[in-house]
Ligand binder design. Structure first.
Ligand SMILES: NC(=O)c1ccc[n+]([C@@H]2O[C@H](COP(=O)([O-])OP(=O)(O)OC[C@H]3O[C@@H](n4cnc5c(N)ncnc54)[C@H](OP(=O)(O)O)[C@@H]3O)[C@@H](O)[C@H]2O)c1
Length: 259
């Protein structure tokens, strides 16, 4: 069964995906900062399923982290067939009032780390084998996001980078997809200081388990850009019909920081 490397596997969508893929029999490499959560998950999965689980504690916003991960893996003779770039960070703030360090950490994690892990993953491929790459973007990738300007821009990068890479890899042995969920009920909202989802956002909300099921399907799907659930696809499509300025103001309002 294909070996999957999942970043941000200690909670939220990454945790739900790790549990789902263990159930389907995939060997796993789990990456996150929290040692305790990862070792608890490792023993939970290896005591429940006949799979091997290797966990790596790393702060992926640190520039040396991607090389550190792939060096450790090759020393262990572990060569992932699936890479799921899931770890990500958000922040709700007017940019001029935002914590600059947190904005820089978001760029380091959501963009730099994802790009370098993708590069190192593609380098370790072997002839004659199939590989899969799933980059977790967001419905935020489709529009500028006042009050989450850096986050929305970082997800736009993930979407465009992944679409371009998918085109480049069309004739190769790696299938590339971008997964663009709308709001998902995880700790993400808390760490992003996001106001509680209500109204339209609440109706679009997915559980982490539901998002994980859609994400797993997206890995092997031929579609390059996957927006889970009909409601979220409708929301993205309707926003694309609106004049961009209007759509952007709607986003600003939905993040409740508009004056
Ligand atoms: N929740 C949503 O509404 C939503 C919507 C669209 C897209 N997304 C995207 O989905 C992905 C997963 O988000 P989530 O909702 O599952 O969030 P979450 O519950 O906050 O989980 C984030 C995961 O990333 C890890 N992580 C965060 N910073 C890290 C760092 N510097 N180094 C290593 N690992 C780090 C966390 O583990 P540690 O704290 O243990 O390091 C955790 O496992 C993100 O890319 C997010 O942008 C989320």
């Amino acid at each position: 069964m294909a070996i999957a490397l999942i970043t941000g596997a200690s909670k939220g969508i990454g945790l739900a995906l790790a549990r789902l893929m263990a159930e389907y029999g995939h060997d796993l490499v789990l990456v996150a900062r929290s040692k305790e959560r990862l070792s608890q998950l490792q023993s939970e999965l290896t005591s429940t399923y006949a799979i091997s689980v290797f966990s790596i504690n790393a702060d992926l916003s640190q520039s040396e982290a991607p090389t550190h991960i792939f060096t450790q893996l090759s020393q262990q003779n572990i060569f992932p067939d699936i890479l799921i770039n899931n770890a990500g960070l958000g922040d709700v703030a007017l940019f001029s009032e935002a914590n600059l360090e947190k904005q820089k950490q978001m760029i380091a994690l959501n963009i730099n780390c994802l790009t370098e892990l993708t590069y190192l993953f593609l380098q370790q491929r072997r002839q004659g084998k199939q590989y899969w790459l799933l980059n977790i973007a967001s419905t935020a990738a489709f529009l500028p996001g006042p009050s989450m300007s850096v986050y929305y821009a970082s997800k736009a990068y993930v979407l465009h980078f992944t679409e371009a890479l998918a085109e480049e890899c069309k004739q190769s042995n790696v299938s590339v997809s971008a997964f663009c969920p709308g709001p998902v009920a995880t700790d993400f909202q808390v760490s992003a200081n996001m106001p509680k989802a209500k109204g339209l956002k609440k109706s679009l909300l997915l559980s982490a388990e539901e998002a994980a099921k859609f994400a797993y399907k997206a890995i092997f799907d031929t579609k390059v850009v996957v927006v889970p659930s009909f409601k979220n696809r409708m929301a993205v499509w309707l926003a694309s019909l609106l004049p961009r300025k209007l759509a952007m103001r709607a986003v600003f309002k939905s993040n409740e920081l508009s004056g």
